[in-house]
Ligand binder design. Structure first.
Ligand code: AVI
Length: 322
């Protein structure tokens, strides 16, 4: 049977699914976890006691909101607060509320790949903080960075919370930081969360909860292929597997085929054979320390102006300038 050529794929998702599931070893990108179901599962993950990242960053922002907002509004002029991968904005609201309380002039521009997440965020903000000028942008980080560069003349503060950068391999993270550098000016700031290396068990537990929410989140990528491309993956035939390497700080998620099986994806006219125990690598969640963040920043031509952390240094938000 002739192979489908790249030109015939209707979406990047189709192309990447074809690419990843015909490769050896198989892989899929975690950016495709997020549809309406995936967004909800990620919100459930953030509410799990094992997933320490959200509470930790929330507390860092809450504890340091005065100093952080002072940095954001350093020249007293109105500024634009961009947020990449805004999600439900729960943590950002701590800062936004404080900006509003202090009568600081700014506009908020949340950016997310999920229109559904943006709609929910906009509705919630209109209700909770109606005075905020909100202007959402839907798209991938890479597309929307261009829009940021071409935005109004205001000073820019770009938030990238939640250790979202950890879902990129180091070379991609450097590329991403370089692209961010391109869209900022001398007085602009990048405020970014980096989950830190810690007891490996704590990390494993965060990505391998007993209730199976992370498992459902990981499998949602197959559920999306079934829904959107006419796939026939039997989700029960796969298990969620997490590993963490304390040396490199890399947590990796896999889907492991429990049986020998062949899945079929109608839209791609593609049969996907699996040996028993064959894997699909779906996500990395990188953990950092100061030296690695310093290295990434240096590679991208950015400087670390300051950082905020919890007492245990379990998570850190860094402020980068050009
Ligand atoms: C969005 N991102 C930072 C999460 C993480 O921690 O890597 C996604 C996630 N994957 C499993 N649990 C949460």
């Amino acid at each position: 049977m002739p192979q489908k050529t790249t030109t015939t794929f209707a979406t990047a998702f189709e192309r990447e699914v074809h690419e990843g599931l015909t490769a050896f070893p198989k892989y899929l990108s975690s950016k495709y976890f997020y549809d309406e179901v995936g967004d909800k599962l990620f919100q459930d993950i953030m509410a799990m006691p094992e997933y320490y990242l959200t509470d930790c960053e929330f507390n860092i922002l809450q504890t340091n909101k005065t100093a952080i907002v002072d940095l954001f509004a350093s020249d007293g002029e109105p500024f634009s607060l961009f947020e990449l991968g805004a999600g439900d904005g729960k943590k950002t609201k701590v800062l936004i509320r404080h900006l509003v309380e202090r009568n600081i002039r700014f506009d908020y521009r949340p950016i997310d790949i999920s229109q559904n997440a943006l709609d929910q965020l906009e509705t919630a903000l209109h209700k909770e903080l109606p005075e905020v000028d909100i202007n959402p942008l839907q798209g991938t980080y890479f597309d929307t960075l261009r829009d940021i560069g071409e935005s109004n003349g205001r000073r820019k503060v770009i938030l990238f919370l939640g250790s979202n950068i950890g879902n990129l391999l180091h070379p991609q993270a450097v590329e991403f930081l370089k692209n961010m550098r391109k869209v900022i000016n001398k007085n602009d700031l990048i405020f970014m969360g980096f989950d830190q290396k810690k007891n490996p068990q704590t990390i494993l537990d965060a990505y391998n909860d007993k209730a199976g929410i992370t498992e459902a989140f990981n499998k949602n990528i197959l559920a999306r292929i079934n829904k959107e491309m006419g796939g026939d993956f039997n989700l029960d035939n796969f298990l969620h597997w997490e590993v963490y390497d304390p040396q490199t700080g890399t947590a990796k998620s896999y889907l492991v085929s429990k049986v020998e099986q062949v899945a079929y994806i109608e839209r791609l006219d593609l049969e996907v054979p699996f040996k028993r125990w064959e894997t699909i690598h779906t996500e990395i969640s990188q953990k950092y320390d100061d030296a690695v963040v310093q290295w990434l920043a240096g590679e991208a031509g950015l400087e670390i102006a300051t950082s905020f952390s919890d007492e245990e240094e379990s998570y850190k938000d860094y402020v980068f300038t050009k």
